[in-house]
Ligand binder design. Structure first.
Ligand SMILES: [Zn+2]
Length: 450
């Protein structure tokens, strides 16, 4: 493959690779942070390239609810035999403090086989690849069975104008699709080896609760048992002891099946044993000690904040804690709230929800999607398994899933799992990974768009 040569720097890049690199550079060098940046400038830069390449102006839209927060939506027209496919990426990036970086974060730097800059992994690699590939498909005269809709959005990371939410709410027709591809699934490298290509097909749901314990405050020289800190800590001990039941949905089952082939020895046996009906309780208990597997098997909660008291000689009237929950898709936030009240089991400790949950349904692992991902993964990285997964972070896919558009996080972009630099200083992607990901996504869109 051409991309392999690109790693050594000895062979010139193919035209489509050079184009992707140029767009990547342009996007990295436009500051799109919420603090000081301008997402609209990046959306307009992309729009110019598409219009210059012959996309009709009515098929290239830059639109949004606020001046610095416009999104780009572009359309490569197909025959209309099938409903569109959506290609999604976000243009905004998190802040970067130059003093923490070895290179200037908003300058695109290629060094020793790596591309450096804020957004090189999250999410401008994918954004630039989508644009370059759309231009390539246009140049090749590709007329797919379905329209290919590209959406590059604002405020995925932070800010008040999340583009995915806005587009699904206000511009549904423009982004309507049968299904879509987004970030959220990477290729995993461990000890220098490519070990799996992930497909994120669902996400856990994020919910915070505040526990507020009440007691009789007063001077510490005259204590009583009615102490808010005692009430809270007893409640937290019960919260800590509670374990959610194991529940494996379609995505988790597929994940465990594939990981049983990636792992070896007793862990592989345990992965197979929890797939039985009912799941083997001892295997489940052993896997529960591995946080990554535990999070895939069940809803979890954990205490993240604790706050009480102001002076060493005063008993406070209240004590607070925050319990953060990650619900399996399909679980009800109200149900978890009831369970938390039941577990706390003390009327002196209030349970208050802090943020509204944003549940989203899992996307079905269709043979069409999985078949294409598996075939192309095998072409590019023979022997590397495709592993469906449930996201534990949270991506913009949730807004589309809520709107009834199945989304899949799959990129073919490989990263070392022990060197994650998204949101961190010296963010980078390897040159080889970038161009291989470009090729993967090119073939995937060609296959899925028909
Ligand atoms: Zn991202």
């Amino acid at each position: 493959m051409q991309a392999l040569d690109a790693e050594t720097g000895t062979t010139p890049l193919a035209d489509h690779q050079q184009l992707a690199r140029d767009i990547f550079r342009e996007l990295i060098e436009i500051d799109t942070t919420d603090t000081s940046g301008d997402v609209t400038a990046a959306a307009e830069a992309v729009a110019r390239r598409l219009i210059d390449a012959g996309f009709p102006e009515e098929d290239v839209r830059v639109l949004g609810p606020a001046p610095r927060k416009s999104n780009l939506v572009a359309r490569l027209r197909g025959t209309g035999a099938c409903r569109p496919i959506l290609l999604l990426a976000h243009l905004d990036v998190v802040d970067a403090r130059p003093e923490e970086w070895a290179t200037p974060p908003f300058t695109f730097v290629e060094q020793d086989g790596w591309f450096y800059g804020r957004g090189t992994t999250d999410d401008k690699a994918m954004a630039s690849i989508w644009v370059a590939n759309l231009l390539r498909l246009k140049r090749e005269g590709f007329t797919p069975d379905r329209d290919v809709v590209l959406a590059l959005t604002a405020d995925e990371e932070c800010g008040d104008h999340n583009g995915a939410k806005w587009l699904t709410g206000e511009q549904r027709e423009l982004i309507d699709a049968e299904f879509g591809i987004n970030e959220g699934g990477i290729g995993r490298i461990k000890h220098g080896r490519r070990i799996s290509n992930m497909v994120q097909a669902s996400e856990k749901v994020y919910v915070d609760f505040e526990l507020v314990a009440h007691g009789t405050g007063g001077h510490s020289s005259l204590p009583t048992p009615d102490n808010a800190i005692y009430h809270l800590s007893a409640a937290l001990a019960r919260v800590a002891a509670y374990e959610f039941p194991v529940k494996l949905g379609e995505v988790a089952r597929a994940f465990f099946e594939r990981m049983a082939n990636v792992e070896s020895g007793p862990t592989a046996d345990d992965l197979r044993a929890v797939l039985r009906t009912p799941p083997d309780p001892e295997a489940a208990a052993r896997l529960s000690r591995i946080p990554q597997y535990n999070g895939m098997m069940r809803t979890t909660w954990t205490v993240t904040r604790l706050d009480a008291g102001q002076s060493n000689n005063t008993i406070p009237q209240t004590a607070r804690a925050v319990v953060n929950c990650r619900l399996l898709p399909g679980e009800s936030p109200d149900e978890v709230r009831r369970l938390l009240v039941e577990t706390v089991a003390d009327e002196r400790v209030e349970v208050r929800p802090l943020v509204a949950a944003k549940p989203s349904p899992p996307s079905p692992l269709t043979p069409e999607l999985m078949g294409a991902v598996e075939r192309i993964t095998e072409e590019l990285w023979p022997g590397v398994p495709v592993v469906p997964t449930m996201g534990i972070g949270g991506t913009d896919s949730l807004y589309f899933r809520q709107a009834g558009i199945p989304m899949y996080g799959v990129s073919g972009l490989f990263f070392d799992v022990d060197d994650v630099r998204a949101h961190n200083p010296d963010e980078r992607i390897s040159v080889r990974s970038y161009f291989e990901g470009q090729e993967f996504l090119y073939r995937l869109v060609r296959a899925l768009a028909g």
